[in-house]
Design a protein around this ligand. Structure first.
Ligand code: 7TS
Length: 387
């Protein structure tokens, strides 16, 4: 049996999404900017797809969503765009973020630090998020941007985005949230939340890879990083990834439609897996359940090296993760666990299991068995664990 429990890294493309994309590879392949029938026939489908994006995140005004190649691009755009708009030769020089952001945020901030920008990396609490009041304490007249994720990719911790957005608005500071791990898992309403910028990536919600988006609140200016043709109203040049946009639109529609299922059935399967893992002695899961996305478990198994368990699970056909796939080639301790204040032994023993709406009960039952067997086997041979 093969079980895929690494859905926070990427997801299977929904067959409905795949079918929706197919005609745009083989029949309607024109460039939508072209002034002939091949190009023009594509346009209404593109519009429909983009409308689904607006509906999915409840963005209202035309031109608020710009399609990009992925969340990494969108995140870099916001952080570097703010540098040009508010920091370079201007009176602001400070960005606030957290220690547990995706490397796209951290690395972009480190780059700005090399240019002289001050960046505050806020620590998170035991549940893996930052309180709005903590953010407020660090805002100063110099602060140009607060960038805080909506949900964490490792722990699933959900941040109090609405409160943070309100504080930023009151203090006149722009607020960006990385919404990559929120879409399809919890309701996402950018207007109700009051965010200024939100980034997302289609492949995290059963869409194709290589396409993502950036929501920019109506009327806000953000300096472009891609100059070229007049695509996306001149804000992000480059021939449109038509198949990707069609796929992302359909994936967004399905993500919204499946939210209820995600919040009940996937949550039930996640809790079943979590409960049985926690029956093993000396295991702990990061973050309270109701403060996490319904599909994610970050568990620490004392005495068991995360990489060793990953290998065991993989041999039995179960795909999990010890940390962001982007970072898991280097065998360092999980930085998120370190950031939530746990010691480095625990950080070396973390395993992330992330489900999706394609996960079945049979797969969870199989994983429970494999996980328990692996835990017993590895603890038996562990020098650091006394049975
Ligand atoms: N932001 C978050 C919160 C993410 O989880 C990821 C990918 C990204 C941004 C970047 O998305 P991309 O589509 O541009 O690559 N996260 C992970 C992960 O947790 N394991 O592998 C990739």
């Amino acid at each position: 049996m093969r079980v895929y429990l690494d859905n926070n890294a990427t997801t299977i493309v929904d067959p409905i999404v795949k079918d929706a994309m197919e005609p745009f590879h083989s029949q309607m392949y024109g460039n939508p900017n072209s002034l002939h029938s091949f190009g023009m026939e594509v346009r209404p489908y593109l519009k429909q797809a983009v409308d689904k994006l607006y509906d999915g995140i409840n963005a209202r005004d035309k031109d608020d969503i710009i399609v990009t190649s992925c969340a990494t691009e969108s995140i870099n755009w916001v952080i570097k765009g703010i540098y040009f708009d508010k920091i370079l030769n201007k009176d602001k020089n400070h960005i606030i973020t957290t220690e547990v952001e995706h490397p796209a945020v951290i690395a972009a901030c480190k780059f700005l630090e090399s240019l002289g920008v001050k960046v505050t990396y806020l620590p998170v609490n035991q549940d893996g998020f930052v309180d709005a009041s903590t953010v407020e304490n660090f805002i100063s007249d110099e602060t140009a941007l607060v960038s805080i994720m909506w949900a964490n990719n490792e722990t699933g911790a959900i941040f109090p985005i609405k409160e943070i957005a309100q504080i930023c608005r009151d203090r006149g500071v722009l607020f960006h949230t990385d919404g990559v791990q929120a879409i399809g898992k919890i309701p996402v309403d950018v207007v109700d939340m009051g965010v200024d910028f939100m980034t997302f990536s289609a492949h995290k919600f059963h869409g194709p890879k290589g396409v993502g988006g950036l929501y920019i609140r109506d009327g806000l200016e953000l300096t472009s990083l891609f100059h070229g043709g007049e695509h996306m109203g001149g804000k992000r040049s480059g021939t449109l990834n038509v198949t990707g946009i069609i796929g992302m639109g359909e994936a967004m529609r399905l993500a919204k439609e499946s939210l209820n299922y995600e919040g009940t059935e996937i949550r039930r399967l996640r809790d079943k897996l979590e409960d049985t893992i926690l029956e093993l002695p000396d295991t702990f899961v990061v973050g309270q359940r109701d403060k996490r996305t319904p599909n994610t478990i970050l568990v620490s198994v004392k005495g068991v090296e995360g990489e060793a368990m990953l290998w065991d699970l993989n041999k039995a056909g179960v795909a999990a993760s010890t940390g962001s796939a982007c970072a898991s080639e280097d065998l360092e301790a999980n930085p998120i666990i370190i950031a939530i204040g746990s010691d480095s032994e625990l950080a070396h023993t973390a395993i992330r299991l992330s489900l999706s709406r394609f996960t079945t009960e049979e797969e969870i039952d199989y994983t429970i068995k494999i996980f328990k067997d692996s835990c017993l086997r590895l603890r038996d041979i562990s020098s650091s664990y006394a049975n």
